[in-house]
Design a protein around this ligand. Structure first.
Ligand SMILES: Nc1ncnc2c1ncn2[C@@H]1O[C@H](COP(=O)(O)OP(=O)(O)OP(=O)(O)O)[C@@H](O)[C@H]1O
Ligand SMILES: [Mg+2]
Length: 264
């Protein structure tokens, strides 16, 4: 049976119980959407609306939820692999760059040099034996990105992976991400606060509400690829989107602020 959904989200409620220091909090309510196989889907929503919570559930790190997040598997196939790139790169400081990627690989993939090839593609070929503490912030994200792709995931979860990088570094990493995604197609759920970044990267943008969060707008980004960061096409798409939905999107994660913002 062919699998058509890369991800099926159906969360009736995700609630955090209070612990005496914090009150109980319902982070997500009636959040439902499907992502087709191979789609690059961006998630945009205000801080604290539950984006990381959703990725944690999708990654299988949090099972305490009323509802489900499914990664449909082909009946005949093995369980689909899921990669999760956290907002901070979370490299193992006592391991070299090469070992930080190799650690997720099985011995065959390691022996045939898949990790090293990915690192070379990330322009880190001369840093294979370096320790993460010797790398810049952008280089650490490259290692984390190589590690995320190394297991050839069916689903790739990315939580604001390029936040707080300067514009040229961020743009280069976005290009590398798109190159890899095209070379190694996978379903992507990419969390961002940056509408321009979402338009540059995504096939689709889901806008989430204030908590308890649900989808308030589902937008197809029908711009041809390759796209150019900060191009007139990106700006025109953004302006059109805000003209059509500005009221609804008001206050959501930089969607209506700073229209001259230039990332990417
Ligand atoms: N382990 C936890 N226990 C209690 N509350 C939590 C826990 N984790 C998250 N929350 C709460 O759930 C809400 C959603 O948090 P989450 O980290 O998912 O937001 P976010 O949309 O990723 O925000 P940001 O854009 O700032 O990263 C927040 O109000 C947060 O305080
Ligand atoms: Mg978050």
């Amino acid at each position: 049976m062919a699998v058509t959904a890369g991800l099926s989200v159906d969360i009736r409620r995700k609630r955090f119980e209070g612990d005496g220091r914090t009150p109980p909090h319902t982070a997500i309510e009636n959040l439902r959407f499907d992502v087709p196989v191979g789609q690059f889907c961006c998630l945009l929503g205000p801080s604290g609306c539950g984006k990381t919570t959703l990725l944690n559930i999708a990654a299988g790190l949090d099972h305490d939820v009323d509802g489900s997040v499914g990664i449909p598997a082909d009946d005949a196939g093995p369980r689909p692999a899921v990669s999760y790139m956290f907002q901070t790169p979370r490299l193992l400081p006592w391991m070299s760059v090469r070992d930080n990627v190799d650690i997720v690989l099985d011995p065959d993939a390691r022996a045939e040099g898949r990790g090293v090839r990915l690192l070379e593609r990330m322009e880190l070929g001369s840093y294979l034996e370096a320790y993460p503490t010797r790398l810049s912030g952008g280089q650490r994200r490259r290692v984390a990105l190589a590690r995320a792709f190394a297991i050839r995931p069916a689903l790739l979860l990315l939580d604001e992976p390029f936040v707080s990088l300067d514009q040229p570094v961020g743009n280069r990493l976005r290009e590398i991400l798109l190159d890899l995604w095209q070379a190694q197609p996978t379903t992507v759920l990419f969390v961002t606060h940056d509408l321009n970044e979402a338009i540059f990267l995504g096939d689709r943008i889901l806008f989430l509400s204030q908590p308890p969060s649900c989808v308030v707008q589902d937008v197809a980004v029908d711009l041809a690829r390759p796209r150019t960061p900060d191009s007139p096409a990106i700006h025109a798409f953004r302006t059109g989107l805000l003209d059509r939905h500005g009221g609804l999107l008001a206050g959501l994660a930089g969607a209506t602020t700073d229209p001259g913002h230039s990332t990417p």
